[in-house]
Design a binder for this molecule. Structure first.
Ligand code: B12
Ligand code: SF4
Length: 579
């Protein structure tokens, strides 16, 4: 196996989570990851594909998955044995602040002369602070780093200083920091490919399926994701990826869209690999209804299931167009609050009638499921408002004759308020009180014993204790509602209820420890609770499998994979360098 030029490493959010006890609570209940956020950025595949197309060899190692899969997986030894011209570590999501920096430290310790490159939204936002850590050499900034990274790799290979590489923050040999201009900002995504085929090739070439798994459960549940856009046109107050957030981070004033035809081709390619759901990330109407229609035209004939997102309500005719092109579709819609005043403060300007119409329209045209997401910790949101969400959901269920395809979820805005979001930048205006602002403060916060203590904010309407208590209670109410309407089985509801109770009592217990014991004892006491805590950690206020779609016993398209694999083996045999 030849040495990779760049090895991407994805860290768990907290490096030594296997040796620590943290009550993570419901922070990752509604995403595929475990609470240590084992999913790597979708961009890893696109970056690898881009580098490989330009003559570099890239490898991906999902350390978080390897650690989750085996308690005996020795990260330090594994890293010590890796050989690579450079290492690339994602700090896309801020909850990886501790893990990513710790993995970088280990890389530095074992490979003192090998460059360490960071990238991702949080790395971009905090680039000036991040570059000052001794284990960080380069930060590639922005939402589109394919070309700047290629240029940096070329410099590293040729031993040149990257003085002209756009979007790069870097240290020279004397340790002096340079901030190159943010001049690379592609207006569209024509240069990017999702990299699915490249991933299959790389798995075969590196004989290492587990390291490439996008998240731990993926091998059993191979959900695929295709991206319509980088950037957004909306400005939700708590979203770091909103229009203003992108402008702040990358200077992006307009979203970069994948062309509808390329997007359809990505969807087709995803379907060749997996029988699981294909999540089409981003609102198809964001670039205009013509964009959506062109996509729906181009994607005809690809079998589902599909997951599609709406950023605002859907009229009946659009629902019909969707159903015709994407039979077997599941809707992901996030009004975040049922309370119009809260939604308005958040920056989502549509009515409850609009939500109800959307649900009716999509169910009427045959949506397989309608997932409705609510959030706790929003501007103007009181505990009473957060708890009333269950009542609103009951009203909606009644409006559709108790149709169990309508599946509501609630989760806290946690663990951190997104940097670059309007609320992070102007907390007073939105009624937030921030506990942490810098990268280092967030990194340290991740070592706190519970999600309540990790939480980076309080609001004018809810302090940390209230936020946690309200989250558990809102989860309990929604869980009971789902059981009553047959959305989940009584057995599943009882399990969730039990997990909520266990989480509440553990939180109380830990609060008492913190109030009464000296710091050195707390860690020991927490470790004594580790088994209990770990059991209460995954799926607290709902069972994350409620979001799954059955994929059958063989979730991959074995025939297609075999064909891809065979052609790849041939390619390697005939290529001179075995790439
Ligand atoms: C799609 C999406 C998701 C998908 C992720 C799919 C995936 N695997 O990437 C899902 C729904 C699973 C998700 C989950 C979460 N998300 Co999200 N998500 C988004 C969204 C809507 C779009 C992101 C996007 O456009 N990505 C595409 C591009 C921009 O990124 P990329 O291709 O992966 O990476 C590029 C660059 O970032 C960079 N890069 C990334 N890593 C690296 C590494 C190196 C070495 C280099 C050089 C470059 C580099 O180069 C890449 C290609 O150019 C944004 C909001 C928005 N509109 O931006 C929020 C957003 C990114 N998510 C956010 C958050 C908080 C989360 C969660 C933590 C929420 C939670 N509490 O559960 C989880 C974490 C998931 C995990 N790791 O397990 C915040 C992040 C704020 C922050 N700075 O921390 C955002 C900004 C807004 C939000 N609140 O939703 N998310
Ligand atoms: S939360 Fe709002 S601003 Fe962020 S990506 Fe979604 S629609 Fe855009």
């Amino acid at each position: 196996m030849s040495t990779p030029d760049l090895t991407f490493l994805h860290a768990p959010s907290v490096y030594d989570f296997r040796r620590r006890a943290t009550l993570w609570g419901p922070i990752s209940d509604v995403v595929p990851s475990e609470p240590i956020y084992d999913m790597y950025p979708i961009g890893f595949a696109a970056l690898s594909d881009y580098l490989e197309r330009h003559g570099f060899r890239a490898r991906i190692v999902n350390l978080a998955v390897r650690m989750l899969r085996s308690d005996s997986f020795d990260v330090e030894r594994f890293i010590g044995r890796l050989r690579s011209l450079a290492f690339g570590i994602d700090l896309h999501w801020l909850p990886h602040a501790q893990g990513a920096l710790e993995v970088a430290r280990i890389v530095r310790q074992h490979h003192p002369d090998t460059p360490v490159i960071f990238g991702g939204f949080s790395a971009t936002y905090f680039h000036k602070e991040l570059i000052r850590y001794p284990q960080v050499d380069y930060v590639v900034r922005g939402d589109s780093t394919e070309e700047p990274l290629r240029q940096l790799m070329a410099c590293l290979r040729d031993g040149r200083e990257p003085v002209d590489v756009p979007n790069l923050t870097w240290k020279d040999a004397s340790g002096r920091v340079h901030i190159n201009p943010q001049s690379y900002l592609p207006a569209d995504l024509a240069h990017v490919r999702p990299g699915f085929r490249q991933m299959v090739r790389a798995v075969i070439r590196d004989r290492d399926l587990l390291s490439y798994a996008p998240f731990e459960r993926w091998l059993n549940y191979p959900i695929m994701a295709t991206l319509t856009v980088r950037g957004c046109k909306q400005n939700c107050a708590v979203c770091g990826g909103c229009a203003k957030g992108h402008e702040r981070m990358s200077g992006r004033t307009r979203p970069a869209f994948r062309s509808p035809e390329d997007l359809a081709a990505d969807v087709r390619e995803a379907r060749r690999i997996s029988r699981g759901p294909i999540f089409i990330l981003g609102e198809l109407r964001l670039a205009g209804i013509d964009y959506a229609r062109r996509f729906l035209q181009a994607v005809q004939g690809v079998p589902g299931p599909f997951m599609i997102e709406f950023f605002w309500p859907v009229p009946r005719d659009y629902a019909e167009e969707l159903a015709a092109a994407l039979p077997d579709f599941i809707v992901e819609f996030s009004p975040d609050s049922h309370d119009p005043a809260v939604r308005k403060a958040l920056g989502k300007h549509y009515s409850n009638e609009g939500i109800e119409e959307t649900v009716r329209n999509c169910l009427a045209v045959g949506a397989r499921r309608f997932d409705l997401f609510f959030m706790i910790g929003l501007p103007r949101q009181t505990p009473a408002s957060a708890l009333e969400t269950a009542t609103f959901c009951e009203h909606l269920l009644q409006a559709v004759d108790g149709d169990p395809r309508l599946t509501p979820f609630t989760a806290p805005l946690a663990p951190f308020l997104d940097p670059a979001s309007p609320a992070f930048e102007e907390p007073d205006r939105f009624g937030y009180r921030l506990h942490y602002r810098t990268l280092e403060e967030h990194r340290r916060a991740l070592l706190a014993p519970t999600w309540k203590h990790i939480l980076s904010y309080e609001t004018q309407w809810m302090d940390r204790d209230t936020l946690a208590a309200t989250t558990y209670e809102a989860g309990r109410r929604l869980n009971r509602l789902k059981a009553r309407y047959g959305i989940i089985s009584l057995e599943k509801a009882a399990e969730t209820e039990e997990r909520i109770e266990r989480a509440i009592s553990l939180m109380d217990h830990i609060d008492r420890l913190l109030a009464t014991r000296p710091p050195e004892e707390i860690e020991r006491e927490m470790m004594a609770l580790k088994d209990q805590i770990d059991r209460a950690n995954t799926s607290t206020v709902c069972d994350k499998r409620e979001l799954d779609v059955p994929v059958g016993r063989v979730p991959f398209n074995a025939g297609e994979l075999a064909r891809l694999g065979a052609s790849e083996v041939w390619r390697m045999i005939w290529s001179k360098d075995g790439r």
